[in-house]
Write a protein that binds this ligand. Structure first.
Ligand code: ZN
Ligand code: ZN
Length: 408
């Protein structure tokens, strides 16, 4: 079996873990239609009852952004809302295929993007709620396209060569090798679960992050926080892996409990551009000050566009030795880059990372310290010298990370 087939099998049988009689929605760019068709076949082979494909096309979206009249932006999409609601009511599980040109939005009026994002966020809300509460099985998978591959491998002599290199990198990062990837993932999941168990047993009140880049940050964790790694159980009763690859063990910070300063350690790709070498200061959970050597005005957009994007919604631990980190590649893709490094996310916290939070309204969640926002922007702050100390409720200090690696 070739690696592509193995990768598709991994995505369908371990990622979404589709079962006999289940329904699957595949959201896929038209440019990589072959991948959606392979996934469809694999899903039916696994016993799926119905597989629906929703095609996306960022190139026509770009034309729309550049040429449509202003009045087209910010309009509610009632027909799309009805469609999404139907899919939710029918209990469709979801595979999202990501194959974006990192520069597709370059030169587009950011106001238009913001308006569009707001409309999309409200339109997609019923589905995103199912996703963020693990009510359905879902996964995201990446497929290379020429624009992405050439951005990541600028020295490649042709599109074909760049795409070949990209696939090799994706297979390596996803543990698709000579062996059975499904077995590789069983081992990987077991290793991550041990870290989850250790973190849960300590039930830390605070985590203290320090490194030479200048990070000196204390994050308070909410009571009843749950550490999560790959292999969540959906309300359907079946496990799924939201992201392949995944190396992170994560939870929600207490909305009002972050103090200190954090420095980024990798560039953040946002609206087709790069925000780099930035820092953010927090007081009682809220961003009070920030700065960036590159594109500070975009960091301002990240923090100040959506309400509550100036509070944290995720803290994720990733060892520096992860295969993605070791690849040394800047992927220009959060799914990969975030797995190269410890990271934080500004904006929405996942309710399933706090006991008793699933099913509560946004206001209730904010009040109980689980930040809710339309935004969720991950940024990388881990490093080879990252130290993380956990502080227990009785004041004991325990090393969680030393020298960028797990210490528990
Ligand atoms: Zn994460
Ligand atoms: Zn995240």
């Amino acid at each position: 079996m070739d690696k592509l087939q193995k990768y598709v099998k991994l995505i369908i049988n371990v990622g979404v873990n589709i079962q006999k009689g289940q329904k699957l929605l595949i959201r896929c760019p038209v440019d990589c239609a072959y991948f959606a068709r392979m996934a469809m076949e694999e899903a039916y082979a696994a016993g799926a009852d119905d597989v629906l494909i929703q095609w996306g096309d960022e190139k026509s979206s770009r034309i729309n952004y550049l040429m449509a009249p202003d009045s087209n932006f910010g309009k509610e999409l009632e027909w799309e809302k009805a469609r999404i609601q139907y899919l939710v009511d029918q209990g469709y599980n979801m595979l999202g295929v990501l194959a974006a040109d990192p520069e597709i939005l370059k030169g587009v009026d950011p106001e238009r993007i913001t308006k569009d994002q707001k409309v999309m966020a409200t339109t997609m809300k019923p589905l995103m709620e199912k996703v963020s509460s693990s009510a359905i099985q879902w996964t995201l998978a990446s497929v290379p396209n020429p624009a992405w591959a050439r951005k990541v491998f600028p020295n490649a002599k042709s599109d074909e060569e760049a795409i070949g290199l990209m696939w090799d990198a994706i297979y390596a990062a996803s543990r698709v090798d000579g062996k059975d990837p499904v077995e590789n993932w069983k081992t990987h999941i077991a290793t991550m679960q041990k870290k989850v168990d250790a973190l849960m047993a300590h039930n830390f009140k605070h985590l203290r992050f320090k490194n030479a880049a200048g990070t000196d940050l204390e994050i308070t964790l909410p009571e009843g926080h749950l550490w999560v790694a790959c292999g969540e159980e959906a309300a359907t009763g079946y496990n799924f892996i939201a992201n392949i690859p995944t190396e992170e063990v994560f939870t929600a910070p207490l909305r009002t409990g972050t103090n200190g300063i954090v420095y980024s350690t990798k560039p953040l790709v946002f609206m087709g551009d790069i925000i780099d070498e930035f820092w953010i200061k927090f007081k009682d959970g809220k961003v009070t000050e920030f700065g960036a050597k590159q594109n500070e005005h975009l960091l301002d957009k990240v923090i100040n566009t959506h309400p509550n994007a100036d509070y944290l919604g995720e803290v994720a631990l990733v060892p520096h030795s992860s295969p993605i980190s070791q690849s040394g590649i800047l992927w220009y893709n959060t799914l990969y880059d975030e797995n190269a490094s410890c990271h934080l996310a500004l904006g929405k916290a996942y309710p399933y990372t706090v006991k008793g939070a699933v099913g509560k309204s946004d206001d209730e969640l904010n009040a109980m310290g689980v930040n809710q926002s339309l935004a969720h922007t991950d940024f990388m702050m881990g490093s080879a010298d990252m130290s993380i100390v956990g502080v227990t409720y009785d004041g004991k200090e325990i090393a969680v990370f030393t020298g960028g690696e797990w210490a528990i």
